[in-house]
Design a protein around this ligand. Structure first.
Ligand code: ADP
Length: 266
């Protein structure tokens, strides 16, 4: 979206980070964290330095997806103050709000508390030099989002949605949040997840379980790019549950899909 003016500069925040990318969705459960994690791994496999902040206070799932669920980030002293050392796996440096709250407590957090905790993970994380710093946003549009958007010099946002009408309606709200007056984060594009299903025994068939090309149309309507269409594949779900993102399998169809998504983002 070339019409959008450049973002204001935030001089002292994350000086070693070249690009901050928000990965957002309107609705929960559309595969935002799956896309974010696989994109992070795909970018890392391409040789980029990658960081990921799991800011999804309602369901921080990135630690599980990166097989570091039981990790406890260490503190280190540097230049006279404490830094939180991100946990690293598959070349991705990651901090999750899930490391710092009990699962049962996360959902009852109120906006200011969550926003402050997230700010702290951003400013006190020892992120170092990164080419891409991905932020897995909570679903929806709340004051937490607004704080993140106002605090961070976000380079661009990726919106993940299924092609289903209810998900698309929320995705539109997500886009509006980033493109609102005075916010003006460029939309890098949309990712249509769970775009279709192909059974192994009928490899030529595509079943459009959540509707066909919904995101594609939304992208066309708004003049945004469609960065990719990712089908429903059992191995994507398994990779998430097992902490082995499919993006690691660079020869598989799903691995290639996420590598192509990464190519569109760089
Ligand atoms: P969100 O971050 O939007 O809440 P998740 O990434 O946690 O969604 O995904 C929700 C569930 O759907 C997870 O179990 C995940 O493994 C699964 N999933 C996501 N995308 C796909 C896909 N393309 N194919 C199969 N399962 C998927």
């Amino acid at each position: 979206h070339s019409k959008q003016p450049p973002r204001p500069s935030f001089p002292n925040l994350l000086p070693g980070v070249k690009n901050i990318i928000a990965v957002a969705s309107g609705k929960g459960g559309v595969g935002k964290s799956t896309v974010c994690t696989n994109l992070a791994v795909a970018l890392s496999l391409k040789g980029y330095k990658v960081g990921l902040l799991d800011a999804d206070i309602f369901g921080p799932s990135v630690p599980k997806m990166l097989a570091v669920e039981d990790a406890a980030p260490m503190l280190e002293k540097k230049e006279g103050r404490d830094f939180i050392v991100p946990v690293e796996n598959y070349g991705v440096k990651m901090l999750s709000i899930g490391f710092f709250v009990e699962k049962e407590n996360a959902v009852v957090w109120r906006g200011a508390m969550a926003s402050n905790a997230l700010k702290q993970l951003i400013t006190d994380g020892d992120w170092g030099d990164l080419d891409y710093f991905l932020i897995d946003f909570p679903p929806g549009t709340s004051d937490i989002h607004l704080t993140l958007v106002q605090t961070l010099p976000i380079t661009g946002a990726i919106i993940v949605s299924t092609p289903q009408e209810v998900a698309l309606a929320d995705a539109r709200k997500g886009i509006d949040m980033f493109t609102a007056d005075k916010v003006e984060v460029p939309i890098l594009g949309l990712v249509e997840n769970m775009a279709w299903f192909t059974p192994a025994e009928l490899p030529e068939n595509k079943y459009y379980i959540f509707g066909k090309d919904g995101c594609k149309r939304l992208a066309e309507e708004g003049g945004y790019s469609l960065l990719g269409q990712i089908p429903i594949v059992q191995s994507i779900r398994e990779g998430g549950d097992e902490g082995k993102p499919v993006a690691l399998n660079t020869n598989s169809i799903t691995g290639i899909a996420f590598a192509q998504l990464a190519d569109k983002v760089v």
